[in-house]
Design a protein. Structure first.
Length: 94
């Protein structure tokens, strides 16, 4: 049942992304749904696009870490998680 909901959400996010391709939120949300569907290679493309649009958002690196972990790229996942934490910490100081 959840799988069907994830697929429906993925379709909605992809439609939104196609309508407003300059909105990084849709790339991020698409990556999240692809991760839930264990489609990590596809998720990686989406989250890398989002990061290229704004490399200063901690939650994008959190998603990247989850994606890399799913791809068994553990060292890179750790680096992405550290980057997320560093960005989150610096945002808390502002």
């Amino acid at each position: 049942m959840k799988l069907h909901l994830y697929e429906d959400a993925l379709s909605a996010y992809q439609t939104a992304r196609n309508l407003t391709p300059d909105c990084l939120l849709w790339y991020y949300k698409t990556a999240e749904m692809l991760n839930k569907l264990n489609r990590y290679d596809d998720a990686l493309q989406e989250i890398e696009t989002a990061i290229s649009m704004n490399p200063n958002e901690f939650y994008l690196y959190d998603c990247l870490a989850a994606t890399l972990h799913g791809l068994n790229r553990k060292e890179e996942a750790i680096l992405a998680a550290k980057k997320a934490l560093a960005l989150f910490t610096s945002n808390q100081k502002d």
